[in-house]
Design a protein around this ligand. Sequence first.
Ligand SMILES: [Zn+2]
Length: 300
Amino acid sequence: MSAVVTDLAGRVLAERAETVDVAALGLQRGMDELAHLAREVLPGAPVGVAISVPGLVDSAVAVLRLASVLRWRDAEIAGLMAARLNLPAEAVAVDNDANLGALAESLDGAEDLFYLSGGTTVGGGLVSAGAILRGARGFAGEVGHIAVDPVGERCACGRTGCLETKANLAAVLRAAAPPGDPLHDPALGVEGRVGLLADRVRRGDQRAATAVHELGVALGVALSTVVDVLDPDVVVLGGYFAELGDWLVEPVRVELAARPLGHARVVPSRLGLGAPLRGAAHLAAERLFANPTLVEEATV
Ligand SMILES: [Zn+2]
């Protein structure tokens, strides 16, 4: 869990993270822990809050429909957080982490971009003409189940060879090192394990290099479909993919270049694993600018 406080111009004032087994805590205690972290990082009353979650969010009604990683379903987390922070429910927004990552990356000036997010699962977010494109229920951009390998592994969704089976962090680490290797140690956290993998590729570890290259090819195959359908200017490799950008960008470019419409630029995320959080802070500020009466409600 991590929390960041920014001013209305997006300058970071405070930041804090802690390692928590959120799935083991369950929804209510998980929200207690998150509220505690929020109060630690900002003891005063915030004028707006946005929560980034790795799951399917119906942002119009601020309900998390499903986060399989957290084992949360139909959770009204905006209301739960508002009650804990003594805020009106309207002051709290909820969105999908990849949507927020896309929003954060677009603040650099890219009006049409696709953000691919790598982690325990694989997600995507789309900014078109400067705004998050959510689709009818808020699930647009979820590319984790695009088929990239017809004879691949069975996916949790029931199909075979989905991008997620090849590109989730655990699968890449399994391809990169044998069981029992320190690369699989959860105590290192995502950053620690990915940093270790990057070190090995840098030092010429052949198994690690092959695993990362194959990841790049799988991303390229899936992104070819995405680029054909959505025509973004920029494709951003986010989440843990950012850290491996030196070796992923090239195979992705090669796959895209083989397609007639493959003109999109491919770049690693500047913000890395922190992108969704920065996007959340921006969303909270954006909602205030759109409806300044939220400030009054929040501070009464
Ligand atoms: Zn699947």
